[in-house]
Design a protein around this ligand. Structure first.
Ligand code: LU0
Ligand code: CA
Ligand code: CA
Ligand code: ZN
Length: 318
């Protein structure tokens, strides 16, 4: 379990207990299901939040994924915050009610449960990042878009950015892939926007990661401008630094490039608090959880606001 000073973080059992509580308290708004199993057989859970949650309504869908990287525990708290806020303030906050009534919001609060449990299993943090297949695969290099193309990942099994032996070699990325693929209804991908949560550095990042070029096949100038305009507006609300993902460093096989490259989902990465190692690196104490998750409420609202037509952010119509 988490060491002292970190008890406020939710381990997997506590996370699932909280998700079950949310569903029990708001059965008309929240529904929990499994999209399959991790390498070691843990459930990969998805919670859906919407009015008439049991019905697949014709409403724009938004996805949030957390915990791809095991040691980035604050991201689990971020997904929990989103799920709890959208349900518990539905009755009191007209903006939240409008988003929940007109969108279908999906959260996978822990994409890498084997890794996050391994990181805390000894009672001292192991600084573990990858999944638990063999020496570990970096899930954020295992997606099948430009996989291993461009020096943005490693072919060495011991590397922290090991891409795996093949794209989608990890059960965890396979399951999220299958879920997203299943949201193609009538030939149309219902998910329009996505945030993958990471720590740390306080950044808002958008595709592509595999190239430093601002535009590339499948990403034209208007689309690049849409990504950066919404990215900058979201960064305005939380004080993070907005930039194209590859401005940080080149990554290939990342989730954002797959979401956009394959499905044209407006997909971002948020690197949360702290800004740097001196702020606690991957392990800020639990006293920061409330402040650093609520810090992103307005950015989440912006994504939900534009989810019906993200290019509206640059004045276009859909
Ligand atoms: C999303 C990319 C560009 C950054 C991310 N950084 S992290 N969260 O692993 O430190 C990563 O290396 O996967
Ligand atoms: Ca609905
Ligand atoms: Ca729907
Ligand atoms: Zn990460």
């Amino acid at each position: 379990d988490f060491p002292s000073g970190y008890a406020g973080y939710h381990n997997l059992a506590e996370l699932n207990a909280e998700l079950n509580k949310t569903v029990a308290n708001f059965p008309a708004l929240a529904k929990l299901s499994s999209i399959g199993k991790s390498h070691e057989g843990r459930d990969l859970n998805v919670i859906k939040i919407s009015d008439n949650v049991g019905t697949d309504e014709n409403e724009p869908e938004v996805l949030f994924t957390c915990g791809q990287h095991a040691r980035e525990h604050l991201t689990i708290e971020m997904c929990l915050r989103i799920a709890q806020r959208l349900t518990s303030t539905y009755a009191s906050d007209p903006a939240v009610k409008r988003y929940v009534d007109s969108r279908e919001i999906w959260l996978v609060p822990n994409v890498n449960p084997d890794g996050s449990e391994y990181d805390i299993a000894s009672g001292q943090f192991r600084s573990w990042r990858k999944n638990r297949q063999g020496a570990g695969t970096d899930l954020n290099r295992n997606w099948d878009f430009k996989w291993g193309c461009c020096g943005g990942s490693s072919g060495s099994t011991g590397s922290e950015t090991y891409r795996g032996p093949s794209p989608f070699s990890a059960p965890e990325t396979q399951r999220v892939r299958d879920f997203v693929n299943s949201r193609v209804v009538g030939g149309k991908q219902q998910i329009t926007a996505h945030i993958d949560w990471h720590t740390y550095s306080e950044l808002v990042l958008w595709p592509f990661g595999y190239t430093t070029a601002d535009t590339a096949p499948g990403l034209d100038a208007d689309q690049a401008r849409t990504f950066s305009t919404l990215g900058r507006q979201m960064a305005q609300t939380n004080g993070y630094t907005p930039q194209q993902s590859s401005d940080l460093y080149i990554t290939d096989g990342g989730i954002n490039d797959w979401m956009w490259g394959v499905h044209k989902i407006w997909s971002y990465t948020f690197e949360m608090y702290p800004k740097d190692f001196w702020g606690g690196g991957f392990y800020p104490r639990d006293s920061v959880i409330q402040r650093e998750t609520t810090r992103n409420d307005k950015a989440v609202d912006l994504l939900l606001e534009y989810a019906d037509c993200v290019p509206r952010v640059i004045g276009k119509t859909c």
